[in-house]
Design a protein around this ligand. Structure first.
Ligand code: NDP
Length: 292
């Protein structure tokens, strides 16, 4: 029997732990963690994401702060706002919603964020800490992917993990996290020779590409764990559907466990953002480790 890894249920568990940790922080230390989100412009999808993050933050008992700037805001204005949030002691996490309007350098703005408040884990400092194995804040989607894999196989040590995709947002940090779990990691990408053969070697196969159903059923080794990060909108039989980077129906015949799309890695991303906010709050305020 193939296990369908239920991202909604796992995310609900993570959120329940976070709410518990927040409640303890409040009762024992009179601290309410706060997440500030900066949104520039009027991209409708970004507005939906920011609203959902705000609702999830408040549901977990944390304070949600939103700063909206007009599409024409100058890069320096966004940088000034980030610096103000860095200096504000009541703010534990800062997230700048991407993409930013084209005239603004995302790299400059992101790297202005205090690394200890960088709950998206996207600053160069946190990327460096991840590679060096130092304590930092880790990007949310890769972290969620590893948490999901560990629900079916708590000890990943010694497994061969193949990560298809080498983006800064997903593929690279995911590879580093799997390496930290003592997996033997292969990073595959658009120039990989014979991708099917590489995938067939995987005990854990992670796909973060953005091509609907790229990974076929016969690319999957018997018993492999599949983490499908892809979210692709396609038209099929007159309907719009969300599908992953893995051909789910065919792959699940060979896999021992697989994440569905939707309902897999997606729900874990916001849960891990909240998790990072609580972790950042505890570290910054010297409250010790939190069990999330
Ligand atoms: P990017 O476009 O930044 O990176 C895609 C990667 O896939 C690149 O490394 C690219 O290789 C590689 N690639 C492209 N074509 C092929 C191919 N034919 N064979 C093998 N590798 C290929 O995407 P992201 O990493 O940002 O996102 C990947 C997917 O994950 C998307 O579907 C996105 O929507 C989804 N996603 C889901 C999230 C969630 O919450 N679940 C969050 C973030 C992303 P190269 O470097 O050689 O160009």
């Amino acid at each position: 029997m193939t296990t369908i890894i239920d991202g909604k249920a796992i995310a609900a568990d993570v959120r329940a732990k976070i709410a518990q940790a927040v409640s303890t922080m409040q009762s024992q230390h009179n601290v309410q963690p706060a997440l500030a989100v900066v949104l520039v412009g009027d991209d409708p999808a970004s507005h939906v994401y920011v609203r959902n993050k705000g609702i999830a933050t408040e549901k977990a008992g944390m304070k949600s702060i939103e700063h909206r700037l007009p599409v024409g805001a100058a890069e320096d204005d966004v940088v000034s706002l980030v610096r103000e949030l860095n200096a504000d002691d009541t703010v534990d996490g800062i997230l700048v919603q991407l993409p930013l309007p084209e005239h603004i350098s995302s790299s400059r703005v992101i790297n202005e964020i205090d690394p200890d408040k960088d709950v998206d884990g996207l600053t160069e400092v946190n990327a460096g800490r991840l590679i060096l194995g130092k304590e930092g804040l880790v990007p949310c989607t890769p972290q969620g992917s590893v948490i999901m894999a560990k629900t079916v196989r708590p000890n990943l040590s010694g497994l061969h993990a193949v990560v298809v995709g080498r983006s800064i947002l997903v593929g690279k940090p995911l590879s580093m996290l799997l390496l930290a779990e003592n997996c033997t990691v292969t990073m595959a990408h658009s120039r990989t020779a014979d991708l099917p053969a590489v995938c067939r070697e995987a005990d854990i196969l992670c796909a973060a590409v953005g091509i609907p159903r790229l990974v076929k059923g016969d690319w999957v080794k018997k018993g492999a764990i599949i983490i499908d990060v892809g979210i692709n909108r396609i038209e099929e039989q007159g309907k719009t559907r969300l599908v992953g980077d893995v051909d789910f129906d065919a792959a699940k015949e060979n896999a021992s466990a697989i994440t569905p799309v939707p309902g897999g890695v997606g729900p874990m991303t916001i849960a891990c953002l909240l998790r990072n906010t609580v972790i950042a709050a505890a570290r910054r305020r010297g409250l010790g480790a939190v069990d999330v």
